[in-house]
Design a protein around this ligand. Structure first.
Ligand code: AKG
Ligand code: FE2
Length: 361
């Protein structure tokens, strides 16, 4: 069994400069002028808000059909095309019990409504990303994300550091545990079928680390179009599962130079290809840039579950993918090394790809 210290050291990948709590700022109506929130206002030159027509919507994949021998073939082909053509899809009939989702939603809503002092009992400590706070702040001058987060390493259990796991509300830890296990199950099923579609053996260790990022995006009446909840980025992981738990729109994905809104689905999770799956597949499946916009009147809440390879693994294009003589496009890199670089800097497009592409130095 690993010692707590080594688990902490492994997972303290990256650092961030502490910044002001956004929920507290947003709730202080007197302060809400553009001047007061200028650190969050995007420079006009970076605003490229071409939004695609709403008839472009991401595919919906049915997990029950994937797991039924009668319907498997057709649904697996739909999953293959979703991974190749979109990099994003929604998964319905995922089999997560309603009670698990309701408990998680109630506890998360309760937690984010607590007074700041209470939430700060579980704040990030200097040099660590776990806990309540922020991430990806590398300079005092960068535009900040309009969002607060609770970030926790959840799997494998021996990598957990319990200090930042909230004990208020009293059942929060329990609900995180159940939610985390359910998402591991869904991820395992999806990755099994993804491996089958690719015709490769995929070691379970390539997706058995999990971290949850619970995000709270306050409403912003004063300049909703000038702030972003999360800047454009791709996810540094194999597969992300996002639950848009209060069904407020905001997530958008970049497709053919326009932003496509992802409409929250009351019964589905959003799934996206991460940077490590792009590397493993030698670019057959691409991780897609996405961002979150802010609503003038409604707060938004989501939980992103990132599934990564074991941190001490090295990841590169799979030999099964290269077997046909395809040229290797990505380097083979240690997961924790990539994480350290990407997590210590501002989110900005496809950082991992820049770092991992062969010939990119
Ligand atoms: O809030 C969301 O819908 C997605 C957030 C996200 O992209 C992330 O946590 O990486
Ligand atoms: Fe993301």
């Amino acid at each position: 069994m690993e010692t707590k210290q080594s688990a902490e050291a492994k997972w303290s990948h990256g650092k961030t400069i502490p910044v002001r709590n956004v929920q507290a700022l947003a709730s202080d109506a007197a302060e809400l002028t553009e001047e007061a929130i200028k650190r969050y206002i995007r420079p006009a030159s970076t605003i490229d808000d071409v939004v695609a027509h709403s008839d472009h919507s991401i595919p919906i994949i049915d997990l029950a059909r994937l797991l039924d021998s009668q319907t498997y073939r057709l649904e697996a082909a739909r999953l293959k095309s979703a991974c190749e053509e979109w990099g994003f899809f929604q998964v319905q009939n995922h089999g997560i019990p309603d009670t698990v989702l309701e408990n998680m939603r109630n506890n998360m809503e309760h937690f984010f409504k607590l007074p700041l002092d209470e939430k700060n009992r579980f704040a990030q400590l200097p040099g660590d990303l776990q806990g309540y706070g922020h991430a990806f702040v590398e300079s005092e001058n960068q535009t900040l994300d309009w969002c607060d987060r609770l970030y926790l390493v959840t799997q494998p259990p021996h990598d957990r550091e319990m200090r930042p796991w909230p004990t208020t509300p009293a059942t929060f830890r329990e609900s995180i545990e159940s939610y985390s296990c359910e998402l591991m199950r869904v991820t395992g099923s999806l990755m099994g079928i993804i491996a089958g579609n690719l015709g490769v053996d995929l070691d379970r260790d390539t997706y058995t680390s999990q971290a949850l990022r619970m995000s709270y995006y306050p409403a912003c009446l004063v300049a909703p179009d000038k702030v972003l909840g999360i800047s454009p980025h791709s996810d540094i992981c194999v597969l992300t599962l996002v639950w848009e738990l209060n069904l407020v729109e905001g997530l958008q994905i970049k497709r053919q130079n326009a932003w496509v809104p992802v409409k929250p689905h009351p019964k589905a999770l959003v799934v996206n290809v991460g940077d490590f799956l792009e590397i493993l597949t030698n670019g057959k499946y691409q991780s897609i840039e996405h961002r979150v916009t802010i609503n003038p009147h409604k707060e938004r809440m989501s939980i992103s579950a990132f599934h990564l390879p074991k941190l001490d693994m090295s990841v590169g294009p799979l030999s099964g993918i290269l077997a046909g003589g395809e040229l290797k496009k990505y380097k083979t890199l240690r997961v924790d090394e990539v994480a350290k670089v990407v997590f210590s800097s501002k989110l900005d497009g496809k950082k991992t790809k820049e770092y991992a592409m062969l010939g990119s130095e």
